[in-house]
Design a binder for this molecule. Structure first.
Ligand code: GLC
Length: 644
């Protein structure tokens, strides 16, 4: 038996590995349904003609997305840049008070510069309008996605998409990086509130509705480009660690984490954002690495199997996380299927490095042409002249937001007959968050983290306190932030507002050394309730949070407990649920139902807890006649470190 030579062995091993890889890719792709490819011949001809007219540098300029703080209109012209973004906390002239007219003026400057460089090819400006046009002063802030999930109301979400598109167009922009379609598995994740919930079917239904609303009238200058994000399994990372590793089978990837994308594709979504996270196939424990470099999913599944003919944009410097890549040089990401690279500040070396990579054959020209075809196909479908005036009013939809707030509230505990409060009630309001629009709005609200802002930054907003005063009359409403200077017995009810401190992305992750007990991070909230409970007036507690939290100690000091999520600018929607209608119309009660399980213990952070306090879909109407549950159990050790 002749001994196999090392070359033969190596070749055999390479063949086996390639076959295994092909088999692996096949199993990944075949877990997904097929979708028909639909092309418009006239559009394709226009795309081909424009592509032919572009040099390599112009093509790479189309694929480069700088941040507005790092580029001038002249540089847009000189480098033939095809798209820009403003990140959270990025405003024209770095002025948080920039008016819609100033946003629009800068956009028009970028647009004119781009057209000088590449005549006939427009520039796109993308932004994170994730709960209204939240980067612009004066815009209505809608409840975050987790609250919209509690409404389960697709028509409402579609209308919010339309209103958001109007606001984005008023500012002269064309593209929002929304909706997030995460199906969150561990609520310790700091982005849980950007998700519609734990039910893939709900995420699909509401995600489709939001894309339909956002892109309605796209060609006519009313709608904006939507972004299905973050592809894929951003909400599945272990322990909810932001940008971490999602363990899922190929089937779970398609049927759980992919549900929202099927809805978004049905709605004709034109852009998809790659996820920072990584994927490990839990069937064979195969590590597939960072999504930004995953060709099987970005190209094999999304572009081939699902026939997505729009563009894939990377996340903020996401290419830098790939092995062998840097923030300004990553052929692997482009070869995997990234079409536009979000390279906020290092865009000049990125362009030089990418041109060189093409010239050296490390990125095939065919891949560049495919990326630019996709970019041109998307651009030519956008009506570039806004059909919306550049006014603050065009960015506002307070009544729609107010309805969304009311429909999103979930009543977790109640004392029969306590709600609704009578219009003649005398109410003591406690909790600093009752008069704080930053706490009421959460992250992605004028600033990225939703911090470093005050009520004065939100002139359009109404806090719960202000709304209650408007509804009941000032003399009937007292405010005592820490409850230390009042006698509850002098009032018909106490309304207590508790809140998480605003956060966004990884800064909101609850670390594995911590747990879900809210009073662990906000001890003043428990102290507040201990100060006012059982002192002659019932206590109605509202919690502003971006996720379900362990609140047994707080609920045990409340007669009614309401999950209020992150309501946004329209506090009147809260009062619509708390107080009987003034005109005698029947009180609607509480219609919100939980999009995630509500934990019964400080370590119940999974979306699949067997015995939560309330399951997905749980919540009271407020019209029950049976007395609410007994005191909730509290664990012996109030601060357990949760099992890994
Ligand atoms: C952020 C987020 C992404 C957002 C992008 C631009 O890091 O991950 O959701 O769209 O950067 O702000």
């Amino acid at each position: 038996m002749p001994r196999a030579t090392p070359i033969l062995t190596g070749t055999l091993l390479l063949c086996v590995a390639t076959l295994a890889d092909a088999a692996g890719t096949d199993s990944i792709v075949q877990a997904w349904p097929t979708r028909p490819s639909v092309r418009d011949a006239a559009l394709e001809a226009r795309v081909e003609a424009a592509l032919k007219g572009l040099s390599l540098r112009q093509k790479i300029g189309q694929m480069t997305q700088p941040e507005i703080r790092a580029i001038t209109p002249d540089e847009v012209r000189d480098y033939a840049i095809g798209t820009v973004l403003n990140g959270g906390g990025g405003w024209p002239g770095q002025d948080r008070n920039a008016t819609p007219a100033r946003w629009r003026a800068l956009s028009e400057q970028f647009q004119a510069a781009a057209r000088q460089a590449t005549p006939g090819v427009p520039l796109l400006w993308g932004t994170d309008a994730v709960h209204g046009h939240n980067n612009v002063r004066g815009a209505t802030l809608f409840p975050h996605h987790i609250a919209l999930g509690a409404t389960r109301d697709a028509d409402l979400v579609r209308d919010i998409g339309r209103a958001t598109a109007s606001a984005v167009r008023a500012s002269g922009l064309h593209w929002t990086f929304a909706p997030t379609l995460a199906v969150v598995q561990d609520v310790r994740w700091g982005r849980t509130y950007e998700s519609f919930g734990a039910d893939p079917a709900l995420v699909r239904r509401l995600g489709q509705a939001e894309v339909e609303g956002l892109q309605d009238g796209l060609a006519q200058g009313r709608g904006v480009l939507a972004t299905a994000k973050h592809f894929i399994a951003d909400g599945g990372t272990r322990r909810g660690i932001d940008q971490g590793v999602s363990h899922a089978t190929a089937t779970e990837l398609a049927q759980v984490h992919g549900a929202g994308y099927l809805g978004a594709l049905d709605a004709g979504v034109q852009t998809v954002m790659a996820s920072f996270s990584s994927w490990t196939d839990s069937a064979g424990y195969v590590e597939h690495g960072k999504m930004h470099g995953n060709a099987a999913l970005l190209t094999g599944v999304l572009k081939d199997r699902l026939a997505f003919d729009g563009l894939v944009v990377s996340d903020w410097d996401g290419i830098a996380q790939l092995p062998g890549c840097t923030v300004d040089d990553c052929p692997a990401a482009i070869n995997a299927g990234i079409d536009i690279v979000m390279v906020p500040f290092h865009w000049k070396p990125f362009i030089a490095n990418t041109v060189k990579a093409v010239e050296q054959g490390r990125i095939p020209m065919a891949r560049i042409d495919d990326a630019v075809r996709r970019i041109l196909r998307v651009k030519f479908g956008v009506g570039m002249q806004p059909a919306v005036p550049a006014t603050v009013e065009a960015m506002q939809a307070p009544e729609l937001a107010r309805r969304a707030v009311r429909e999103s509230l979930v009543l977790l505990k109640n004392r029969p007959g306590l709600l609704p409060l009578r219009p003649t009630a005398r109410v003591l309001v406690v909790g600093a968050a009752a008069d704080s629009l930053p706490h009421q709005s959460g992250g992605w609200s004028l600033t990225w983290q939703g911090r470093d802002t005050t009520n004065a930054d939100f002139p359009q907003g109404t806090t719960l306190l202000a709304a209650l005063r408007q509804r009941l009359g000032g003399p009937q409403v007292a405010f005592d932030a820490d409850g230390s200077r009042s006698d509850p017995a002098r009032f018909d009810a106490v309304v207590a507002v508790l809140a998480e401190s605003p956060y966004a992305e990884g800064e909101g992750d609850i670390r594995i050394t911590d747990n879900l007990r809210h009073s662990r991070r906000q001890p003043q909230d428990l102290a507040l309730l201990q100060r006012v409970a059982g002192r002659g007036a019932p206590v109605v507690t509202l919690l502003y949070s971006g996720r379900p939290l362990y609140v047994n100690d707080l609920a045990n000091h409340s007669d009614a407990f309401i999950a209020a999520w992150l309501p946004g600018s329209e506090g009147a929607g809260l009062v619509d649920a708390l107080v009987a209608p003034a005109d005698g119309r029947p009180w609607p009660g509480f219609t919100g139902r939980l999009p995630f399980p509500w934990p019964a213990g400080p370590c119940q952070f999974s979306s699949h807890e067997a015995k939560p306090w309330w399951p997905v879909g749980g919540g009271l109407s407020g019209k029950e006649t049976q007395a609410g549950g007994k005191l909730l159990p509290e664990p012996a050790d109030p601060q357990p470190i949760c099992p890994l």
